[in-house]
Design a binder for this molecule. Structure first.
Ligand SMILES: Nc1ncnc2c1ncn2[C@@H]1O[C@H](COP(=O)(O)OP(=O)(O)OP(=O)(O)O)[C@@H](O)[C@H]1O
Ligand SMILES: O=P(O)(O)OC[C@H]1O[C@](O)(CO)[C@@H](O)[C@@H]1O
Length: 331
């Protein structure tokens, strides 16, 4: 039997579809190994405010299909203070938590590392963010669902863009990464994709965006034209870019910002499976005595990955898709 008696779990940062499935897998796997689970509410805030609840198997009935997170999530400025991580570790010691599992993005893992400076127990991460910008796992929990949500919206925008023969800019989330924008742009048949990995946009030189639009107009006449734009790609966002392009091209451009719609909804099958595997594997990492590792899946194989390296940004957006998009002159 495992020496670990009690595990803490929390969800932190932007919520992602599949976080509930991960919580469920953690609770069910822990129960199988006779390990108790305590869920901390609202991310790290639950550690600072001792806001928690025991998680029994019946608490995770009927949640695998639900978006959001039953534990709630939050960003926790308190953890950035000198006292915050010390305080969080004190809560874990006081409640006899042998290991903490943090479900979130690389920011949450930085928070976990700060707590580890003061905590005697084990810490394991599970990558949950729609941004897919975490090193050490091909996919993060929530990304597949967010991609499908974005596609559903892009397909609908195409209908109205087509009817009005308009240029649309569709802004997708991703903070500072273009995984979602590239994938949704390709799968949505976008005419152009703009994301941070293609280099910063200079508001005074938009010719490389304008020229392909003009070419398309020459070839096809007036027709729908969709540009998928990752957030933070242009000062003032896609609305400002739409205005700049309207002035430059002389065709009315509209911006559509999908925003938090991308974070919601029932997780697709791929996210439920990934979350189940990574949640279960995180508990196994704990039982095996691992510490400061993230449960990841690379090329179909579950593996631990150092938490400290998860934010290194070494996982590039798909180079094959980037090259193809460039070859066909659509970025
Ligand atoms: N350097 C740090 N030191 C201490 N705590 C941190 C640090 N970076 C992040 N955190 C904690 O982790 C929380 C979540 O981080 P962040 O807002 O970057 O989201 P994330 O986990 O990267 O997820 P997502 O990118 O999907 O929103 C922060 O609100 C903060 O409490
Ligand atoms: O909901 P908030 O705090 O505005 O965060 C938005 C950010 O969170 C993310 O959705 C990640 O979860 C980013 O893509 C986005 O930049």
């Amino acid at each position: 039997m495992s020496m670990v008696k009690r595990i803490g779990v929390l969800t932190s940062g932007g919520d992602a579809p599949g976080m509930n499935a991960a919580i469920r897998a953690i609770v069910l796997t822990a129960a199988h190994h006779q390990i108790d689970v305590v869920g901390f509410k609202h991310g790290f805030i639950g550690l600072l405010q001792q806001d928690y609840q025991p998680l029994m198997t019946h608490h995770v009935d009927n949640i695998i299909q639900r978006g959001g997170t039953i534990l709630k999530s939050a960003r926790c400025p308190g953890l950035h203070t000198v006292e915050g991580p010390r305080h969080a570790a004190a809560t874990l010691h006081e409640l006899n938590i042998d290991a903490l599992i943090v479900v979130g993005g690389d920011g949450s893992f930085r928070g976990a590392l700060a707590i580890a400076e003061h905590y005697q127990g084990q810490i394991i991460g599970v990558p949950g963010t729609i941004d897919n910008d975490v090193d050490g796992s091909d996919m993060t929990i929530g990304y597949a669902t967010a991609l499908d949500t974005a596609l559903d919206a892009i397909d609908k925008i195409r209908d109205t863009a087509d009817a009005f023969e308009r240029i649309f800019l569709v802004e997708l989330m991703g903070r500072h990464s273009g995984y979602l924008a590239l994938a949704a742009g390709i799968a949505g048949g976008a005419e152009q994709i703009i994301c941070p990995e293609f280099g910063p946009l200079d508001p005074h030189n938009l010719q490389h965006i304008i020229t392909p639009i003009q070419h398309a107009q020459l070839l096809r006449g007036k027709a729908s034209y969709i540009i998928v734009v990752a957030e933070n790609s242009y000062p003032g966002g896609s609305s400002a870019l739409a205005e700049a392009l309207t002035n430059a091209v002389g065709v009315e451009c509209r911006a559509c910002i999908l925003g938090h719609i991308q974070r919601g909804g029932s997780p697709v099958g791929a996210d439920r499976i990934l979350a189940t595997k990574l949640g279960a594997f995180a508990v196994e990492l704990v039982i095996n005595g691992e510490h400061l590792q993230m449960a990841g899946e690379v090329s179909g194989t579950l593996q631990g990955y150092p938490l400290a390296k998860t934010g290194d940004r070494s996982k590039a957006i798909d180079p094959y898709l980037v090259r193809w998009q460039q070859q066909i002159g659509r970025n």
